[in-house]
Ligand binder design. Structure first.
Ligand code: ADP
Ligand code: MG
Length: 204
């Protein structure tokens, strides 16, 4: 598929708007098991993406994804800023404008490895990785209905963080008291995947 300038702009805008409109929910989740700044952090980052969306999407897909990543590193802050920044910058390393699903899956796999290295974290620790990793599984499958499968997988994966005990990030300070709440970063990852899937469906 061809992800041209217009498609890049639509993608970045749709993702940014979804995160911004969900800031309060992300903050509430982070208030329960963190310090209550995840919504504000993410809103600040994606408002900066929106503000420079024309400039960002004018570059080819790889460079524009790197630009989004750099913006997030500079603006989001907290633990999530460098991690989401790493995710987008790593995605930008290998993708050309004309990409196959297989290439996207491989770029996403490398991006997840980069996040793990940056966060010294892994799947099963109640973080954004617990959504990103199952989403990679869907990207690696072929077949019809990819957007719907991405959405369902991301939603279920975020739900599965509720009974988990946090082992990384601020929530890990709570030990067993982190159990029973959805991880804020898992929810923001779900929102991002859901917004991308909306664009893919042509509904955005
Ligand atoms: P902070 O924890 O510094 O306040 P945020 O509230 O913006 O930063 O982000 C918290 C989210 O970041 C968590 O919900 C979790 O998903 C993610 N996170 C934190 N630390 C890590 C890590 N080491 N690896 C992966 N994800 C992490
Ligand atoms: Mg926080």
């Amino acid at each position: 598929m061809m992800i041209d300038r217009e498609a890049r702009k639509l993608l970045f805008e749709t993702v940014a708007r979804r995160v911004i409109e969900s800031a309060e929910e992300l903050t509430d989740l982070d208030r329960a098991i963190g310090d209550g700044d995840h919504g504000a952090n993410m809103r600040r980052g994606f408002e900066a993406v929106l503000a420079s969306v024309d400039e960002l999407s004018a570059k080819n897909l790889g460079e524009s994804l790197k630009g989004v990543g750099t913006t997030l590193v500079m603006k989001v802050g907290g633990a999530s800023g460098p991690l989401y920044g790493t995710l987008f910058m790593s995605l930008g390393k290998s993708l050309a404008d004309d990409v196959t699903q297989e290439q996207i899956a491989e770029a996403f796999a490398a991006a997840i490895e980069a996040v793990k290295a940056r966060g010294k974290s892994d799947v099963g620790q109640k973080t954004m990785l617990d959504v990103l990793f199952p989403v990679l599984g869907v990207l690696r499958e072929s077949g019809a209905g990819l957007p719907l499968r991405l959405k369902a997988t991301a939603r279920e994966a975020a739900e599965r963080t509720v009974p988990m005990r946090a082992i990384r990030g601020r929530a890990s300070f709570l030990g067993d008291r982190s159990i029973g709440h959805m991880d804020p970063g898992a929810r923001s990852s779900e929102l991002i995947v859901d917004a991308v899937a909306d664009v893919m469906e042509g509904f955005a």
